[in-house]
Design a protein. Structure first.
Length: 80
C-alpha cells in the first residue's frame, strides 16, 4: 500500500490586514516587529489612539505604520 499523496503546495496567500505592513515597517525603521510590540505592551492603559500618537511622536513612525502595529498588537493580546 502506498502513502496518500499530499497536494502540491500552491502559491502563498498574501498577508492581509495590519501584518501586511510589517516588512515595510522593519525596513523603514530598522527595528523588528517584536521591538515595536514591546513598546506598545509596555504602555499599559493607553488607548489605541494614544498608542498611535506615542509611536508617532516619540519614535517617528508614520500614522499608517503606527496604526497597523497597534491594531495588530491589541488584537493579538485580546485573543490571549
Amino acid at each position: 500500500m502506498t502513502a496518500p499523496k499530499t497536494p502540491a503546495a500552491g502559491p502563498k496567500s498574501p498577508v492581509k490586514g495590519p501584518a501586511s505592513y510589517f516588512p515595510s515597517i522593519e525596513k523603514t525603521y530598522g527595528q523588528s516587529i517584536a521591538h515595536w510590540k514591546a513598546i506598545i505592551r509596555s504602555n499599559v492603559g493607553l488607548k489605541h489612539g494614544e498608542l498611535v500618537a506615542l509611536l508617532k511622536a516619540d519614535h517617528g513612525l508614520g500614522h499608517g505604520h503606527a496604526n497597523a502595529l497597534v491594531a495588530h498588537t491589541l488584537h493579538e493580546d485580546a485573543a490571549r
